[in-house]
Ligand binder design. Structure first.
Ligand code: PLP
Length: 402
């Protein structure tokens, strides 16, 4: 098997005649011209749901696929350990295509309580009102048996969970779901096609926001639904076409450049997150640190068992500081910038309230918390910035803007 770094470095490979070029070309095409009616591809469910064996195979209408998007989807599928990928303009649209393809009125779905808030918005505001029954379950549940109903069609996981990174027992959940003939869908964005193999741990479908580590350095929004099951792939590809989830070839070309350095970036960032976690351990301003590698993290055992590494997100909560004081500390960051949209070059901080988005479970975090994304800067520089910000203003050094 090709090593991950090697695979990522090949992200742009593209056949032209009988040679290859290493930079994915942008082929913009909405119309494709055919020599005669015999060559004209039929527009039906079969053609909508097919993926080509070569980038040129399913090239008959640019909305459904171009050689650029076909080549890029095969790269993403390979990096994630799958055989097929459906691309979408965002992680959110990939998620909507998946759940709306698999669920209809009268069905039941299990959703982990620690899903990203945008996933929850779709489920609560679109899926539930359309007649799908939704049950949220706590992230620490390993036996989903008691939650299953005769009409449970889908079990949805996000592991580690949003904001406080609880690691689920994906293999155990998938085994029970499979026995029940429910489809398992995992939001595997956290692992960045780097440190968790969804299919060897039993998941049927991996949904990815490529907008994060995969493509954030290029500043583009993309998503993907990866599987090893041709039937599921066909169903979701068809749904993506019905929903009009056309993907811009330019975004794919730009994302392929970012993808080539994915492993390299994450290896640096793994060292950074270790350095920062060690440096912050026992810090008097902190009530708790959240990262799956910490021994007291919820699901730490599963992380050790199932993951081969980590990404560079961590969260923290303070020892009894009110929101205004926390915000004043955040305003002291100088290297780490304030903003959303992690996965790119720059380190970022955002603010959240503990348990803000949870309904059936609680985290240990309390009050106003920070989520820190560690980017490509020097680990020591990032730790120093965190320390000076967390310590708060002192009498000797009144707060000044640079
Ligand atoms: C960002 C994110 C999404 C949504 O992806 P977009 O590309 O921003 O639409 C979904 N799941 C997870 C875990 C994410 O981090």
């Amino acid at each position: 098997m090709t090593h991950k770094a090697h695979r990522a470095a090949q992200a742009g490979l593209f056949p032209v005649g009988n040679v290859e070029i290493p930079v994915l070309p942008t082929i913009h095409a909405t119309t494709v011209l055919f020599p005669d009616t015999r060559a004209l591809a039929p527009l039906d469910r079969d053609s909508l749901s097919r993926s080509g064996g070569s980038p040129y195979d399913n090239f008959y209408y640019g909305g459904v696929g171009t050689p650029t998007t076909e080549a890029f989807s095969r790269t993403v599928a390979g990096l994630e350990g799958g055989t097929h990928a459906v691309l979408a303009p965002s992680g959110q649209s990939a998620l909507v295509a998946t759940l709306s393809a698999l669920l209809k009125q009268g069905d039941h779905v299990l959703i982990v309580d620690t899903v990203t808030y945008t996933t929850r918005w779709y489920i609560d505001q679109c899926l539930a009102p359309s007649g799908v029954t939704v049950t949220y379950y706590p992230p620490e549940v390993t036996d989903i048996g008691p939650y299953l109903r005769p009409n449970t069609r889908v079990v949805f996981m996000e592991s580690p969970g949003s904001l406080t990174f609880e690691v689920q027992d994906v293999p155990a959940i998938c085994r029970t779901a499979r026995h029940h003939k429910a489809v398992t869908v995992l939001d595997n964005t956290w692992a960045a096609s780097h440190c968790f193999e969804p299919f060897s741990h039993g998941a049927d479908i991996s949904v990815l926001s490529l907008t994060k580590y995969h493509a954030a350095p290029a500043g583009v929004s993309l998503g993907a639904v990866v599987t090893r099951d041709e039937g599921l792939h066909g169903t979701i590809k068809n749904q993506a076409a019905l929903l009009g989830l056309h993907v811009c070839p330019e975004a794919c070309s730009r994302a392929a450049l970012a993808l080539a350095t994915l492993e390299l970036r994450l290896r640096h960032q793994e060292k950074t997150v270790r350095h920062v976690l060690e440096g912050l351990a026992g810090h008097p301003a902190l009530h708790a640190l959240f990262h799956p590698s910490l021994p007291d993290a919820l699901g730490h055992e599963q992380w050790r068992r199932d993951f081969t590494g980590t990404n560079s997100l961590l969260s923290l909560s303070f020892q009894g500081l009110d929101r205004a004081t926390v915000l004043a500390r955040v305003d002291r960051f100088r290297v780490i910038r304030i903003g959303y949209g992690w996965g790119g070059n720059l380190s970022l901080v955002t603010v959240f309230e503990a348990n803000e988005w949870r309904t059936v479970s609680r985290t240990q975090a309390r009050g106003t918390c920070l989520r820190i994304y560690l980017g490509l800067e020097e680990p020591a520089e990032l730790l120093a910035d965190l320390r000076q910000a967390l310590e708060g203003p002192t009498r000797d050094a009144p707060r000044t803007h640079p």
